[in-house]
Design a binder for this molecule. Structure first.
Ligand SMILES: [Zn+2]
Ligand SMILES: [Zn+2]
Length: 264
């Protein structure tokens, strides 16, 4: 089948040293047909990703790689936006600069610039997880995103201190988030990065994926969230199997911010 990895970072993100070429080469090596770079991006002053991504340099590098790997790999251009519901006007202007194929929306901070790790270390397990789902609910209807990234990301930070959360305790909040995503025509992703950590399950969990399917959700992407070339494509094949078993018929890729189904 046509394999894709729709969550990738290069050194155009503040937290990666991988060159765009090394990511493309790793994808080709790993028999991935299409990749989408989703570099961190924010218009919020004072947070780590602010001002880091040079859109001109980024689009230039994408253009060069599309040419260099044109017979081997399809390359899409995207971003991962922090808290897109804040500063919407600045975001709207900023994203006009490049015709993006795909935009992920993320919650990485609470209260403008408090990182999730800091928040969870000063708050209870219940406060940490419920606050997270509350914030995701604000992000998920933003017109400036296509897909909500790592829908239960708090577990990546809270796992060691508070442990994983019990799906049943938060199911009402999660249902509300998923319903809003479906109603607004957005999607979710399966982020495989936590398969490579102590958490050892995807974000979101299989329980959330099943609920999304039950509620009629169809738009779903799969991404490794690799920050180094060794991780490109990691967990993609396994996650597609999981989605098939749940009953999903397709995963999605994007062009000009429009979802295109890939049969699985
Ligand atoms: Zn993220
Ligand atoms: Zn990411």
């Amino acid at each position: 089948m046509y394999l894709v990895d729709y969550h990738l970072h290069s050194n155009n993100s503040f937290d990666s040293n991988a060159t765009i070429e090394s990511v493309c080469e790793a994808a080709i090596e790993n028999k991935i047909n299409e990749i989408c770079f989703t570099e961190h991006f924010s218009v919020k002053e004072g947070i780590k990703s602010y001002g880091f991504l040079n859109l001109k340099k980024y689009s230039e590098e994408i253009r060069e790689c599309r040419e260099k790997y044109k017979d081997k790999l399809s390359i899409k251009v995207g971003i991962e936006v922090c808290e897109p519901h804040e500063n919407e006007e600045e975001l709207r202007e900023a994203i006009e600069y490049i015709p993006f194929d795909f935009i992920l929306g993320s919650v990485h901070n609470f209260d403008y610039n408090v990182g999730l790790n800091t928040y969870m270390s000063k708050n209870t397990k219940e406060e940490s997880y419920s606050r997270y789902f509350k914030e995701v609910n604000k992000v998920c209807t933003s017109p400036y995103i296509d897909v909500v990234a790592h829908l239960d990301l708090m577990k990546r930070y809270a796992f060691n201190t508070h442990g994983n959360y019990d799906f049943n305790e938060y199911v009402d909040m999660i249902k509300e988030v998923l319903t809003n995503i479906i109603k607004s025509g957005k999607g979710i992703e399966v982020n495989t990065s936590t398969l490579r950590s102590v958490v050892s399950e995807t974000m979101p969990s299989v329980d959330i994926l099943k609920l999304y399917h039950e509620l009629g959700g169809t738009i779903i992407t799969v991404g490794s969230d690799a920050h180094k070339s060794e991780d490109v494509g990691a967990g993609i094949r396994e996650s597609i199997e999981v989605l098939k078993n749940i009953g999903f018929k397709n995963i999605y890729r994007f062009e000009n911010r429009k979802p295109i189904a890939i049969e699985i």
